[in-house]
Ligand binder design. Structure first.
Ligand SMILES: Cc1cc2nc3c(=O)[nH]c(=O)nc-3n(C[C@H](O)[C@H](O)[C@H](O)COP(=O)(O)OP(=O)(O)OC[C@H]3O[C@@H](n4cnc5c(N)ncnc54)[C@H](O)[C@@H]3O)c2cc1C
Length: 308
């Protein structure tokens, strides 16, 4: 592997630079395109990546955004169910320096949210490099530079190529739901019916009249169960531990109160010169996290036993 410290010569090519090397194993180095980025590399063009990009743009800092999908906010565009609306009021989901339109409802639909994110990217002139997936990022201690290797090309393309970026900063904005997690259940492979993850679920249309086991009763489990009811399916909802069900607005109030408590405790400890008390922070968030915000119509379906 070529060491970053061995880069000898850097040539400018528009906003990027081409790095050259004189190392012994330069063949591997030249096998892929190598680009010096004069600013941070942002990985992921979801809401977080876009917000960082907008902040940098406003301050005149050059950057590039690498996105493995072929669109911005790929989680929202390709891996969410049709009936999805924001779970939190719009003022808590909008990105910095560009509020959601006044005529949006309090809980915008997923299409409205996607439209908003597209306007956000246009407004700030953010142009992610799509179909470019980061494979590795390594930091060279000696010269303080990152080497980021990517593969370019659509997933089904036979014409993939590799690119290497060299930069001083990397912003990882790849999200917490980027990879689906399907737990292994006993009897998983013997089960004859369909098994799908929530990120592949679009609507209950194809489950009409069928009995469906929904595993997990977080936001997605609740919403999918409600959707199944709306399509005349018979959902059974299972969760492994007890949950407290609160309305969306009470959930916000609870989280807000606990966040304030956590911060005031943290501030007190800091001013006393003590530790921040991360165990309390974690416990409080864990406690808050076990409350599921639920829409009233979903609760109704549980009460009248349409969701079992
Ligand atoms: C069903 C559902 C409902 C939700 N509702 C809400 C809500 O109401 N309000 C709210 O605030 N949040 C909600 N969330 C949370 C959601 O995670 C955030 O809204 C938001 O999408 C997080 O943004 P992000 O940019 O951090 O991550 P993501 O939106 O996940 O974006 C990460 C991006 O990084 C890209 N990426 C990943 N790995 C690589 C790689 N190796 N190379 C290049 N690109 C890569 C992905 O393709 C993706 O586009 C919801 C999530 C789900 C699943």
């Amino acid at each position: 592997m070529q060491e970053i410290g061995q880069i000898k010569d850097i040539e400018m090519a528009s906003s990027a630079f081409i790095a050259k090397t004189t190392s012994a194993n330069h063949e591997e180095f030249f096998a892929r395109r190598c680009i010096w980025v004069n600013g941070p590399v942002i990985v992921g063009a979801g809401p977080s990546g876009l917000a960082v990009a907008a902040g940098l743009k406003e301050r005149g800092v050059p950057f590039i955004v690498l996105e493995r999908a072929n669109c911005i906010a790929s989680l929202w565009q390709t891996r969410t169910y049709d009936r999805l609306k924001l779970h939190l009021p719009k003022q808590f989901c909008q990105l910095p320096n560009f509020p959601m339109p006044d005529d949006f409802p309090e809980y915008p639909s997923k299409d409205q949210f996607i439209g908003y994110l597209e306007s956000y990217a246009n407004h700030f002139g953010i142009q992610p490099q799509f179909n470019e997936s980061v494979q590795s990022a390594k930091y060279g201690e000696t010269c303080g530079l990152w080497r980021i290797k990517t593969t370019c090309g659509a997933p089904d393309s036979s014409n993939k190529r590799e690119v290497e970026y060299i930069c001083r900063w990397i912003v990882v904005a790849t999200g917490e739901n980027a990879e689906k997690v399907v737990p292994k259940f006993f009897g998983f492979h013997e089960f004859g019916g369909d098994i799908i993850h929530a990120c592949d679920y679009k609507s209950g249309d194809k489950y009409r009249g069928q009995r469906v086991l929904v595993v997990g009763c977080g936001n997605s489990g609740m919403e999918v169960s409600l959707d199944l009811c709306n399509y005349d399916a018979m959902p059974f909802l299972v969760c492994r531990s007890s949950v407290s069900i609160v309305t969306a607005i009470s959930h916000f109030c609870l989280n807000f109160t606990y966040t304030m408590l956590v911060f005031s405790r943290g501030a007190k400890e800091l001013t006393n010169g003590g530790n921040l008390g991360w165990d309390q922070v974690w416990q409080s968030h864990f406690w808050c996290g076990s409350h599921i915000p639920i829409r009233a119509c979903c609760l109704e379906n549980i009460i009248n036993k349409r969701v079992k």
